[in-house]
Design a protein around this ligand. Structure first.
Ligand SMILES: [Zn+2]
Length: 224
């Protein structure tokens, strides 16, 4: 499932009641489209008159981008709620995953049979989901180096960028051939688009799979 605002608000109320004695009064929940995290607890930090740190303006952001098992979303919400609780009631134990954080986490895991972890890292598959999968028009250079390595570079769809890339790469003396393709294969969305003189090394079979099928058509060839 993917998180949405109704779901995360509802879970916040439920977990607040069951696990935090209802002490997290205001709901700080929000959903985002973040690619880099499942959940995050943001806050403002100020120093009080006595020099101690104080935290406020808590915002728990849950990414709705990933398709995850419900338990994983719930564990992420609870993880961020522990940060929130500590920020409110034990600011000296902020930030990060202090001993108090780990104690509360272990306690909730045991009492409620949960599997909250210190780090809810994205798996390779989840990271894959984070990439935009909408078809976009790309110009892709398929590059073969003189040492036999093969790779690609995504270039903005502008004639001068394509010319600049080809000129720069050929001038390096290391390139054996460059072919340019126009494609909308979302595989290429993950590579930065620029005319920087770079090559992302890929297996020739992977390149062939994405450039010689579908709409990948040869646009221009350059064999010195
Ligand atoms: Zn954390």
């Amino acid at each position: 499932m993917k998180a949405d605002i109704v779901y995360v608000q509802e879970k916040f109320r439920e977990f607040n009641r069951r696990m935090f004695d209802g002490k997290l009064s205001e709901s700080p929940m929000a959903v985002t489209n973040a690619k880099t995290y499942l959940g995050v607890c943001a806050f403002r930090k100020h120093r009080k008159w006595n020099g101690k740190l104080e935290y406020s303006d808590f915002k728990i952001r849950i990414s709705k981008r990933f398709d995850l098992p419900q338990e994983e979303i719930d564990d992420t919400i609870i993880h961020e709620m522990i940060h929130y609780w500590i920020g409110l009631y034990s600011p000296a134990d902020m930030p990060g995953h202090s001993p108090l954080f780990r104690k509360m986490m272990a306690d909730i895991n045991q009492r409620f049979d949960r599997n909250i972890r210190v780090s809810h890292r994205l798996s390779a598959e989840q990271q894959e989901q984070a990439f935009d999968n909408r078809p976009k028009k790309h110009i892709v250079a398929s590059v073969v180096l003189k040492d036999g390595r093969t790779g690609i570079k995504v270039i903005p769809c502008l004639e001068r960028h394509i010319r600049r890339y080809r000129r720069g790469m050929m001038a390096s003396g290391k390139v054996s051939s460059i072919e340019f393709y126009q494609t909308t294969d979302p595989f290429f969305n993950r590579f930065p688009s620029s005319s920087a003189f770079k090559v992302y090394f890929l297996d020739p079979a992977v390149i062939a799979e994405h450039l010689r099928t579908g709409d990948g058509s040869v646009r221009e060839q350059n064999r010195p």
